[in-house]
Design a protein around this ligand. Structure first.
Ligand SMILES: Nc1ncnc2c1ncn2[C@@H]1O[C@H](COP(=O)(O)OP(=O)(O)OP(=O)(O)O)[C@@H](O)[C@H]1O
Length: 680
């Protein structure tokens, strides 16, 4: 069972708890012996243990009261000491059990978190974020509580029950059958409860998932809910999920509530039966009153032990469902994995820190230094054009003079990465068709390559494959001639500056969000990146400047500002290749043009892959890749594609006039060489 597996990792604590519980059981089982002695010796024999001596005292007319008091006090003190020991042991058991339970919870949470962080998008989509949250919180708490309970009860119940049976056999074996009947009754009640509640316990976790999912969706899409006046509908949806959970919980709670009175009834009936049948034995002189009382106590102890085991046997399957759900995540290998002994996996793997040296590594797996050995900080002003208009004071580490514009830190120009798609095909998990078919193109170092195409044509997917959020299904994506699957993910991504389509910011400040791209970034680096993303002006307008607060998800800045901040976060890395996934869409035309001009200087030398919807964004790109339903419809410059690619012409003409595109001069045949009639 999953839960027991978790306990198995804390063998020392389990052994300690077992020892403490065994000692506690000895104390608990000893107390009825003293009770019996108080009745049989302390009261019936006036505190004189030897019957013959007692008769002698009585015959001699000795006052037995002081002896009786002394006996009762002595036994009373022993009982107090034993009870105190039991209490101390109980506290110690609770302490160790709670600590162990909490440690199991902490370990599980941290293992889950590291596992989830390593997941590719495919695994996150498969489990769903809501379910992963429930597994990491609710399920873990359940496992933690059951582990604590198991340590306290499960181990104790058998010790208690076995000890009780031994004492019953020692005290009076003739009445043992009453205990057997009572235990059978207890297990019958538990079996009935088990039968009805177990299926409900199993679906409870799924219902909690559902409540989380609905709540999460509603909170994320609150603006849409309000805009479409769907508050009532959403409330109903949430209420529905919540009610289903409530009904299941009510059922199981009622069933459990039924258990306690039933058990009390069984216990009371057992006491009555013992007194009924035991009184005959007392009258016949074969059983003493004290032994009868002790017998009743032991019978209760046995029943309690069985009851505890029963309760745990109901709790365990539920916790086991939670354990299976947690183990499912822990045992799930990410579909995107680091290579074993592959590039970047050796002790001399390139790191960001040592990536300042040799820029001439060979583009093979063994030549991994070509990626790691980037000269992106060591090759100053690699592109001549990048120097133009850059004031001295804007160099890295120096504060740009207030008047000098633009303050781009152009001291560190990256050597671009070569990115190649070689006959790539890809399909998302569970999809029936490929979303990319035989895609091939190359982005040479330092080139700006744009990817255009209609909605859903696979542009974002291309970028995700470079970042290796997914692995290709066919063909290969190569960075500097090395298959991305041969790269350690961290090393690969250290070369890339990624701006996602949906710009996401973390709760914190502007500075903390930008420094997310490079922990070592100075304020000057951050300002330079912000300036290149045309975000410095609006940041400086705020009183707090770089310390301006950012709400969770970046909800307190506009869509365009969010996109520019996300861009600055990528730019601060001084990456060898930047991947802009539709990052210009929320910018107005003027800002779009300014950002691209700033980028040309800031990111000179770096390769840029720009996914864009607007033709004006990609006009100046060195190469444009046109995607059409996941296939490459054309590759070339803007001017070339206008002539050679009908799909591109169609997109271009849908946004700009023929005059703006300079198409008037083109011969009709040349404008549609494929004969597909794509041009207007
Ligand atoms: N996580 C996913 N699971 C399954 N299918 C997906 C997933 N993400 C995208 N797709 C599908 O893959 C195809 C390509 O999607 P992609 O996001 O790459 O297109 P795009 O060209 O970037 O679109 P847009 O311009 O609208 O952003 C679409 O048909 C889309 O439905």
């Amino acid at each position: 069972m999953g839960v027991i597996r978790f306990l198995g990792q804390h063998k020392g604590a389990v052994a300690l708890v077992m020892l403490l519980l065994a000692l506690k059981a000895v104390c608990d089982l000893a107390l009825p012996v003293f009770t019996s002695q108080i009745v049989d010796v302390g009261i019936a024999q006036s505190g004189v243990e030897d019957v013959q001596a007692l008769e002698g005292y009585r015959a001699a007319g000795v006052d037995l009261f002081p002896m009786q008091v002394s006996y009762l006090v002595r036994i009373g003190v022993v009982m107090l000491v034993v009870a105190a020991c039991a209490m101390v042991l109980d506290v110690a058991v609770s302490f160790v059990a709670s600590r162990t339970g909490a440690a199991i919870g902490r370990d599980l949470r941290s293992r889950l978190f590291s596992r989830i962080v390593a997941f590719s998008d495919a695994e996150i989509n498969r489990f769903s974020a809501a379910s992963l949250i429930t597994r990491g919180t609710n399920d873990v708490v359940l496992i933690q509580n059951v582990c604590t309970m198991m340590l306290r009860m499960v181990l104790y119940a058998p010790i208690l029950a076995i000890g009780g049976v031994v004492m019953v056999m020692v005290t009076n074996p003739q009445l043992g059958w009453i205990v057997v009947v009572a235990v059978a009754l207890v297990f019958a009640v538990i079996a009935v409860l088990f039968r009805f509640t177990l299926p409900r316990f199993k679906i409870m976790q799924k219902l909690i998932d559902r409540v989380n999912l609905v709540a999460r969706e509603m909170l994320t899409g609150l603006a849409v809910v309000r805009a479409f006046n769907r508050d009532a509908y959403e409330e109903e949806r949430f209420d529905g999920a919540s009610r289903r959970l409530m009904r299941t919980q009510l059922f199981t709670n009622r069933a459990m509530a039924f258990m306690m009175p039933t058990m009390m009834l069984v216990m009371n009936l057992t006491s009555v039966a013992i007194v009924w049948f035991g009184s005959g034995a007392v009258a016949a002189g074969s059983l003493q009153t004290g032994d009868l009382i002790a017998f009743i106590t032991y019978a209760m102890v046995i029943i309690m032990g069985c009851l505890m085991m029963g309760m745990i046997s109901i709790m365990l399957p539920r916790a086991d469902v939670a354990a299976q759900r947690v183990l499912e995540v822990l045992n799930c290998e990410s579909s995107v994995r680091d290579p074993e002994g592959g590039c970047g996996d050796s002790p001399d793997a390139p790191s960001r820190a040592d990536s300042l040296g040799d820029p001439s590594g060979t583009p093979t797996c063994s030549g991994k230094s070509s990626l790691g050995g980037t000269a992106h900080r060591a090759v100053p002003f690699a592109a001549e054009s990048a120097r133009e208009g850059v004031p001295e004071g804007s160099r890295k580490g120096e504060t740009a003079p207030a008047a000098s514009k633009p303050p781009y830190g152009l001291d560190a120009v990256a050597e671009g990465a070569r990115i190649e798609f070689r006959h790539v095909s890809f399909r998302y998990e569970d999809d029936t068709a490929d979303v990319l078919h035989d895609v091939s193109f190359t982005a040479e170092p330092g080139q700006v390559v744009a990817i255009v195409g209609s909605t859903g044509s696979g542009k974002s997917t291309v970028v995700k494959l470079i970042e290796r959020f997914y692995d290709v299904c066919g063909g290969a994506v190569l960075v500097d001639g090395v298959d991305v699957r041969a790269w350690r993910q961290a090393d690969l991504r250290a070369q890339l500056g990624y701006v996602p389509q949906k710009a996401f910011l973390f709760a914190g400040t502007v500075a903390s969000n930008i420094a997310y791209g490079d922990e070592a970034a100075t304020d000057d680096d951050i300002r330079a990146a912000l300036a290149a993303a045309e975000a410095l002006a609006f940041v400086e307008e705020r009183d707090e400047g770089l310390a301006a607060p950012i709400a969770q998800g970046g909800s307190n800045v506009s869509g365009g500002q969010r996109q520019r901040l996300a861009m600055a976060r990528a730019l601060v890395r001084r990456a060898r290749a930047y991947l802009f996934d539709d990052s210009f869409s929320a910018l107005d035309y003027t800002t779009d043009a300014r950002v691209r001009a700033a980028l040309a200087a800031y990111a000179a030398g770096s390769t840029q892959i720009i996914v864009a919807q607007r033709i004006s964004t990609v006009l100046a790109a060195d190469r444009i890749v046109v995607l059409d339903e996941g296939r490459v419809a054309g590759v070339g410059t803007h001017d070339e594609l206008l002539v050679t690619c009908p799909a591109y012409r169609e997109i271009a003409l849908s946004q700009l006039t023929e005059d703006e595109l300079g198409l008037g001069a083109l011969p009709a045949t040349a404008s549609d060489p494929c004969g597909k009639g794509g041009a207007r």
